[in-house]
Design a protein around this ligand. Structure first.
Ligand SMILES: Nc1ncnc2c1ncn2[C@@H]1O[C@H](COP(=O)(O)OP(=O)(O)OP(=O)(O)O)[C@@H](O)[C@H]1O
Length: 731
């Protein structure tokens, strides 16, 4: 052993896996104490007489089943290594590999002194025994050590099929030699049970110098993950074929030492083949782009780090005139709505004028200007006049509305349209904008009110929502309640531009969103079929909007009515959440019952609608609808109704994710995004509210920030939590 060539730390870093040496085979699905593995290493190093000429110790972990992050066990077979299952397998393998590599780093020092390399390889395939034998043959092991947790009854099979020398770990952790000589088994490596593999060398612990290098490249793993690349599946390493063996043997000709590099098996970037010290980032560049987003890099995720990737400069530009609290949100990278555009501000300010202007705009809420009605409001079309005289007259007439001035509108009032009262919206403006709430301007009626389309004097289109019934409250109380809603500005939130009240009438004025609601796009016969990429983008955008309401406003805003009809779409299909925070305004028993029934498919099992976890549940239903194109509650034969939740959860639990997809899409969908959408929906639809994720977590799941799942409740992701909690025990 003393004669072994010492290698420098830098060359160890990126050394491809080596052939030969001692292979320690273990069942990677089971929990292992790393101290046991370290003891095996010490025993091998100390028994030079037995394990002569050892240059490499390979920990070969085999998986014939993996624990899906959703908590199910997946039996691995070739046919399961597709789509969502494939991703789950890949993630599990990556995670395990990183854990073993980092746990074995301290032993790498001991090995380095004796010129021995340690490497870890995780292989996936079934049956376990076949895949292990096949891989040991490919690795050309001189010795195989069978871990004590491999099934004892299979020992004779290993002995029969392995041509190399064989030892085993006994329960007292001592090594026992089973066969100290090679045999010819006639094994020809033709079974190809291996489905997928990933391996890499265990590096020495970083020196101080290395650490400073690493800080400059952020918290990248100490050693790079070496991935096999296959034209058909970039992460899949096929069993070594004869031609690959030849490739290795041709290298052997120039290097007669047993220290051979398996170039045909674990493929890395060209540079790596020549220069082992290549930087990690470059290596990742070699990974197929379609897979790069799913890469898991230990330690890179911080729960403090926002996954948002918006350009902060753009946000700051917009932020000049945005409220302070919105600025705070932009600091955590939530994109504020660019509400300071001149046009928006002018309209916003114009809408803060007196009730009389609304009255004028809608011809005193004439039926002609009636647009539609929600459960809470009636919307009228109104036409605004920008004449100063009219505004003045309106203010004089509507003294009552002056009440509102004791609750100043919390926004910048510098840009006040000269003709309007900056403290609230004039009724006459709304009245005129909606042509006195003319029928022509009626858009529709929802649970809270009737909605009218309106046009302001500067041409801006608005949706005017007139509450159908209101609880007794003063105008001041009303304004105090809605002003936080009007302060909520985000790219995925329908801006509340203004509001006014007259007597019992409560009016909310929103920006008009041109392209109808998600409900229409999913379910109306006149709508075209939304493409998969559009659905996925809508899911992510809507989640960001809801995240903003829950997590970025001064005090959290519970939407209370998350459903496709409240996801409005722009012409570019950007989703905008509307109707948020309104449920509390509904007072009549009839409306409450109507809203409850209307929302039936979206109400969480605990029956609450006024808390963030209830919003999360409803969002899970929306996700399932986006994927499947199904109604929240569908009629099934026999006058029965089936909730989308039951239907979707049973498919997700049986991992039949492809069956979730809207049949109108055929095969035109991305399996990775489907996996993320299903995973997010599954988490949202948990029965226990506390098991449901936060919106930040949902965005991470949707965008494939899988490492973040470890922050989600342990009952959903036991495997991940356990591994994290116990550094020595690896599952
Ligand atoms: N900002 C908006 N821009 C354009 N159309 C809108 C806007 N807000 C609402 N609408 C339309 O007005 C109609 C009524 O909407 P409303 O939100 O009141 O009812 P709903 O969403 O059908 O039910 P619910 O009150 O339960 O949310 C719907 O057709 C909706 O698409």
């Amino acid at each position: 052993m003393d004669s072994f060539v010492a290698r420098s730390c830098s060359t160890r870093r990126c050394t491809p896996l080596m052939l030969g040496g001692v292979v320690i085979a273990f069942d990677a699905f089971k929990t292992h104490d790393i101290d046991e593995f370290k003891k095996i290493i010490s025993d091998v190093l100390n028994r030079e007489q037995t394990f002569e000429e050892v240059r490499t110790i390979t920990f070969l972990g085999a998986l014939d089943r993996v624990l899906h992050p959703m908590g199910f066990k997946i039996q691995v077979e070739h046919k399961t290594f597709v789509g969502a299952h494939g991703r789950a397998i890949e993630e599990d393998v990556s995670r395990k590999l990183e854990q073993y590599v980092s746990a074995l780093q301290s032993s790498a020092v001991e090995c380095e002194e004796k010129g021995v390399e340690i490497q870890v390889k995780i292989i996936v395939g079934a049956p376990l025994i076949d895949v292990i034998v096949e891989e040991i043959s490919s690795l050309r092991a001189t010795w195989t050590i069978l871990d004590r947790k491999l099934k004892k009854e299979t020992r004779s099979c290993y002995l029969k099929n392995l041509s190399c020398k064989v030892a085993q770990v006994r329960d007292n952790l001592c090594l026992e030699i089973l066969r100290p000589y090679n045999i010819d088994t006639g094994y020809r490596n033709t079974k190809h049970k291996l489905i997928y593999s990933l391996g890499k060398a265990v590096p020495l612990p970083p020196t101080q110098e290395d650490e400073s290098d690493m800080t400059s490249t952020r918290s990248l793993p100490i050693t790079p993950m070496i991935r096999s690349r296959n034209p058909n599946n970039c992460l899949m390493a096929p069993p070594m074929t004869n031609s690959e063996e030849k490739l290795v043997s041709s290298d052997d000709e120039s290097d007669t030492s047993p220290h051979q590099e398996s170039q045909g098996e674990i493929e890395i970037g060209e540079e790596d083949k020549h220069d082992g010290s290549r930087q990690v980032e470059n290596e990742d560049d070699d990974v197929d782009l379609s897979y790069s987003e799913m890469k898991i890099e230990a330690g890179e995720y911080s729960s403090d780090t926002s996954p948002e990737d918006n350009d902060p400069k753009e946000e700051n530009k917009a932020g000049d005139e945005v409220d302070d609290e919105i600025q705070e949100c932009s600091n955590v990278s939530d994109q504020p709505f660019p509400c300071d555009s001149e046009k928006t501000n002018a309209c916003l300010e114009s809408l803060r004028s007196s009730y009389s202007l609304v009255q004028t705009a809608t011809d005193d809420f004439s039926f002609d200007k009636f647009l539609g009605e929600g459960g809470h409001e009636v919307e009228y079309k109104g036409k605004l006049s920008d004449s100063k005289e009219e505004s003045k007259a309106g203010e004089e007439v509507e003294d009552e509305i002056q009440e509102r001035s004791d609750k100043p509108f919390p926004r910048d009032s510098k840009k006040t349209n000269a003709c309007l009262d900056p403290l609230g919206c004039s009724y006459s403006i709304v009245q005129s904008a909606t042509d006195d709430f003319s029928f022509d301007n009626f858009i529709g009626e929802g649970g809270y009110g009737i909605v009218y389309k309106g046009k302001l004097s500067d041409g801006q289109l608005v949706a005017v929502k007139v509450q159908k019934e209101t609880k007794p409250q003063t105008s001041a109380e009303f304004l105090a309640e809605v002003s936080p809603l009007s302060a909520a500005r985000h790219a995925n939130i329908v801006p509340l531009l203004g509001y006014c009240s007259k007597g019992n009438l409560r009016i909310l004025i929103y920006e008009y969103i041109h392209n109808k609601s998600l409900e229409w796009h999913l379910f109306d016969n006149a709508a075209g079929v939304l493409e998969w990429s559009q659905r996925y983008a809508i899911a992510v955008g809507a989640a960001k909007g809801l995240r903003f309401l829950h997590e970025c406003c001064e005090s959290p805003i519970v939407h209370c009515n998350v459903r496709p009809s409240n996801v409005m779409l722009t012409q570019d299909l950007i989703p905008m959440l509307g109707d948020f925070g309104l449920a509390k305004y509904s007072t009549s028993k009839f409306d409450k019952q109507r809203n409850f029934l209307g929302n039936l498919g979206y109400v969480a099992p605990e029956g609450s609608i006024g808390c963030v976890k209830a919003d999360v549940y409803a969002f899970g239903i929306v996700l399932a609808q986006l994927v499947s194109g199904r109604k929240a509650v569908d009629a099934v034969p026999g006058d029965q109704q089936q909730s989308i939740r039951e239907w979707a959860l049973s498919l997700i639990e049986s991992l039949a994710l492809d069956d979730l997809v809207d049949p109108r899409l055929g095969a035109a969908y991305c399996t990775y995004e489907l996996y993320n959408m299903a995973r997010a929906a599954y988490s949202c639809l948990q029965t226990a509210p506390l098991s449901r994720p936060t919106l930040t977590e949902i965005v991470c799941i949707l965008e494939g920030e899988n490492d973040h799942l470890r922050h989600v409740s342990s009952n959903l992701y036991p495997m991940i939590i356990r591994a994290e909690d116990c550094s020595l025990l690896i599952r």
